[in-house]
Write a protein that binds this ligand. Structure first.
Ligand code: G16
Length: 543
């Protein structure tokens, strides 16, 4: 089999965002586009000759083509072995688990996560390093720099491989091992959670849940673990992965997982509901007539971790992204452990986890995880909740209310303005930035601005410095709002407005978050001119 060196032309804009390179499928379908980026990854890495690469994706449209191309390029560039998921499928947390278990050199994840799929949808590619986590910024920046100077790429002239058959085949000097997508991940979950206890809860017949895989990658994992191993028979929805996610938007939130939300807020609601996203790393948690914000979910998991076998010996620390609410900070304080505040992006947790400074991590963007892998993990969060429910024998609502009674409630909401013109979104951010000096001291009704700044972060492990990570406006008394532009969208800009206020008074705890935050919502419009800059009256998504 012959290695071909193909001349190529540069593409502008191959810059990884919050989580890898995400573009519309049609962009990836341009000749050489994917190949350039993959070669840029390989050119940036050192010392992988003969080593193992893990490869898999969430099964969205273009996954099948991209996997074949990457296999041929890995062989041409000198990898010794590729572990590839059955039919090219691996969830993002499963890639992380497999990299760690087999001590692979790294891995490539093919996904645009929660973005819609299909020929008109999005595709994405991300490189993960040997700890199983997303490549840190110094690597993603080097990959981007390489895309701006690349002249050629290497690819093996070979037939496509049959990825439907498990086992090992030789491709030139490289072995390709097609592995079961679920087995290793399921074993890891079994080592962390009390499967027998969860199984008894389902067997009792009194406990009902609905899990919505949203026609995405978690389907096969949920079937194997929740249904076959734990006995949640007949409780799973949309478990067949489809290339276009059945036309849906595989983002587990109150807007895009509406069918599930309707079931949990309807008559005869089951006790527990959950959903996961396109590539299986996000989760949404619901109880009967109740929604658990991702920020609260992190705090509840931390406060109850001692009930779960994998975490019963205590937590080293907690980490959360800056826009995530401070609910977890209160639990950390009660436990006497550190709580780290990082920029948005799971990659910023990697060093803290590797250094043993944090055990649990979480983000407001429906991401929760731990040191078991180096990605956030949707099904892990579902199993963690099931384990807590099986031990405490209380409803999700009761657990949440007791949590707030003990720690107080951080009212929290995120308002997203999706696909707005980039120019307007940038103007809005710049205009706030230009007023940092004059905002402190300004009053809006009962609220007085205490500080206004741009969040920056110095990694406590390697001292790397990251700036301009979101505009924070803090009010006297602790309420705050954050304005940030998403790094994962593919059309125009997505403005995210994060709102938070705290109440220790139990009498207020049942208030709807939008009601509790109504004043802050008005102030945000007054301060930032969202309508004027984006042309939008309403957010696209409220969570
Ligand atoms: C990615 C990152 C997360 C981040 C999220 C939202 O999630 O892995 O760490 O919180 O994007 O980012 P943004 O607010 O910039 O859109 P995923 O699930 O899309 O990979």
């Amino acid at each position: 089999m012959q290695i071909h060196t193909i001349s190529t032309q540069l593409f502008a804009g191959q810059k990884p965002g919050t989580s890898g390179l995400r573009k519309q499928v049609q962009v990836f379908q341009q000749a050489h586009y994917l190949e350039n980026f993959v070669q840029a990854i390989f050119d940036t890495l050192e010392g992988y000759a003969g080593k193992t690469l893990v490869l898999g994706g969430d099964g969205r449209y273009y996954n099948r083509n991209a996997i074949q191309t990457i296999l041929k390029m890995a062989a041409a560039n000198g990898f010794g072995r590729v572990l590839v998921g059955h039919n090219g499928l691996l969830s993002t947390p499963a890639v992380s688990a497999v990299i760690r278990q087999y001590q692979a050199f790294g891995g490539i994840v093919l996904s645009a996560s929660h973005n819609p799929g299909g020929p008109e949808g999005d595709f994405g590619i991300k490189y993960n390093i040997s700890n199983g986590g997303p490549a840190p910024e110094k690597i993603t920046e080097a990959i981007y720099a390489r895309t701006q100077s690349i002249r050629s790429y290497k690819i093996l002239a070979a037939d496509d491989l049959d990825l439907a058959r498990l086992g090992t085949v030789q491709v030139a000097d490289m072995q390709v091992e097609v592995i079961d997508s679920v087995t290793d991940y399921a074993k890891l979950m079994e080592s962390l959670f009390d499967f027998d206890r969860i199984n008894q809860m389902f067997k009792s017949g009194a406990f009902q849940m609905r899990f919505d895989a949203m026609h995405a990658i978690t389907g096969p994992y949920a079937k194997a673990i929740l249904e076959q191993r734990l006995g949640a028979a007949g409780m799973l929805l949309n478990c067949t992965p489809l290339e276009d996610f059945g036309g849906g938007h595989p983002d587990p939130n109150l807007t895009y997982a509406k069918d599930l939300v309707d079931i949990l807020f309807g008559a005869d609601a089951p006790q527990f509901g959950a959903a996961s996203d396109g590539d299986g790393d996000r989760n949404m948690i619901l109880g009967a007539h109740c929604f658990v914000t991702p920020s609260d979910s992190l705090a509840v998991l931390a406060a109850n971790a001692h009930l779960v076998p994998g975490y019963k010996d205590g937590l080293a620390g907690i980490a959360r992204s800056m826009p995530t609410s401070a609910a977890a900070d209160r639990v950390a304080a009660a436990l006497g452990i550190d709580c780290f505040e990082t920029p948005t992006g799971w990659k910023f947790f990697g060093n803290l986890l590797d250094a043993g400074k944090a055990t649990l991590c979480g983000e407001e963007s429906f991401g929760t995880g731990s040191n078991h892998v180096r990605e956030k993990d949707g099904l892990w969060a579902v199993l963690f909740w099931l384990n807590i429910l099986a031990v405490r024998q209380q409803s999700v609502g009761q657990i949440l209310r007791e949590h707030w009674a003990r720690f107080g409630r951080n009212f929290y909401s995120r308002h997203d303005y999706e696909a707005v013109p980039s120019e307007g979104a940038n103007r809005l951010i710049d205009s706030l930035r230009n007023r940092f000096g004059i905002l402190p001291g300004q009053r809006f009704g009962d609220y007085e601005i205490e500080f206004a700044d741009d969040f920056s972060y110095t990694d406590p492990v390697d001292q790397s410095f990251t700036q301009q990570q979101g505009i924070r406006i803090g009010f006297v008394g602790g309420s705050r709002m954050v304005f940030r532009l998403s790094g994962t969208g593919t059309a125009g800009a997505t403005l995210r407005l994060y709102l938070e206020s705290y109440s220790a008074d139990s009498a207020t705890h049942n208030l709807d978050a939008q009601v509790a935050l109504a004043d802050l919502i008005k102030i945000a419009e007054e301060l930032a001119g969202i309508r004027q800059h984006t042309g939008r009256d309403q957010p696209t998504v409220i969570t």
